[in-house]
Design a protein around this ligand. Structure first.
Ligand SMILES: [Zn+2]
Length: 398
């Protein structure tokens, strides 16, 4: 990798402002994309002239200027953080840096990504190499403009530090702190998550709002603002009344019965179909089709039939007694109902396990109405719990 980087070749994905120009197999180099470079220069100029990150994002979004590709599932558009990333990228100043990220495996990735086989993590600072060798080819921002931007950034940072020292507030991170923030409410217009705002925001406070409205100004027109306390209460009432209610439990129990019958029926049907085919092939044999063309097909089917027969003879997955399962479900539901409002952590976990992301779709007099799928996670855990009491514990707090 390093040798390619040392030659000034493009590594990895596309960088806004450049095209990857293929020069030979496996080698590409950055060439300035003039349309995108104009946008980069505008961002630097606006910032140097005193405009804020959010305001710059809004202006670009309003004109429909394409932004660097958003993460999967996120709405596309400029945000304060994409503007900041543009201001911080050394490449625009002609500085080529490499070794910023390195490959990592399993646990090196940290707890959130440890289940993945490999990924990228920041490399230690001393492994970072910067070069200005290709500055003429790569530079989009002239040195004097870069200096004006740096001066303003340093000034902002100094003032921020000074305000913290005087007891100013560190900006709050809403993500994940509230019952329904961090992914449970999905904006039907842009697909982004709702976030909790407790600081005043456009005349509201203590509301859930579409995060795109703040992060990517001008990219989503959903103005729904849901009062946090009331919305939490509404959702918990639904979980208590419906998700942990008798009707839902009976629906789940009906699934257990059906799932088992379905599987036996499917295996039997497969076996019967294969038997028919074998009979058909044998008949062709009798009618004079040469054995060497048919024998492999018959053998193949016989093997498959034998496999299915074995499956059919296997004891079906231990089938829990439905009454016992009903009692276990009722007991768990009652326990969880007790904890739902007393233990915020339990409420969050239950919502995540039992109810899929809610797609908000309208405001009504009583709050907001939404659609969500309930999952059978509760059932899967409990079937196994009842069937093999020592084998499996659903990973929900008991
Ligand atoms: Zn939205």
């Amino acid at each position: 990798m390093h040798s390619k980087a040392q030659d000034g070749f493009a590594l990895g994905g596309k960088t806004f402002g450049y095209d990857n120009h293929r020069i030979s197999k496996g080698h590409a180099e950055h060439r300035i994309n003039e349309d995108e470079a104009v946008v980069v220069r505008e961002i630097y100029t606006r910032f140097a002239d005193g405009e804020g990150l959010r305001s710059i994002a809004l202006a670009l979004n309003a004109r429909g200027i394409p932004a660097p590709r958003a993460q999967q599932g996120r709405p596309n558009g400029w945000s304060a953080s994409t503007i900041r990333a543009v201001l911080e990228r050394p490449l625009y100043r002609g500085i080529y840096s490499y070794g910023k990220m390195r490959k990592a495996f399993h646990h090196e990735l940290g707890t959130a990504r440890a289940h993945r086989e490999k990924g990228m993590i920041p490399a230690p600072q001393e492994d970072l190499t910067q070069s200005t060798e290709w500055a003429d080819r790569l530079r989009i921002i002239p040195a004097d403009l870069a200096e004006r931007v740096d001066a303003r950034r340093h000034d902002k940072h100094r003032r921020y530090q000074a305000s913290l020292a005087k007891g100013g507030r560190v900006p709050e991170r809403a993500h994940g702190k509230y019952l329904l923030s961090g992914g449970l409410l999905v904006c039907p217009q842009c697909g982004a998550h709702f976030e909790a705002r407790t600081a005043p925001w456009k005349g509201h406070r203590n509301v859930y709002i579409c995060s795109t409205r703040r992060r990517k100004p001008g990219c989503c027109s959903n103005t729904l603002a849901l009062p946090i306390a009331q919305t939490d209460d509404d959702v918990l009432s639904i979980v208590e009344g419906e998700v942990l209610g008798t009707a839902f439990i009976e629906e789940l129990l009906a699934l257990v019965d059906k799932g088992d019958t379905d599987q036996t029926a499917r295996i039997t049907a497969d076996r019967d179909r294969l038997r028919d085919e074998v009979n058909h092939l044998v008949a062709s044999l009798a009618a004079g089709v040469p054995a060497e063309t048919l024998a492999p097909a018959i053998r193949e089917r016989d093997t498959a039939i034998a496999r299915l027969e074995v499956d059919l003879r296997k004891p079906r997955q231990v089938r829990p007694d439905l009454d016992q399962l009903r009692a276990a479900l009722d007991q768990r539901a009652a326990d969880w109902k007790d904890q739902l409002r007393a233990e915020p952590a339990v409420a969050r976990l239950l919502l995540r396990r039992l109810v899929g992301p809610m797609t908000l779709w309208m405001e009504s007099e009583t709050g907001a109405r939404w659609e969500a799928e309930t999952t059978t996670e509760l059932l899967n855990g409990l079937v196994q719990l009842v069937a093999s009491p020592e084998g499996f514990e659903p990973s929900l707090p008991a």
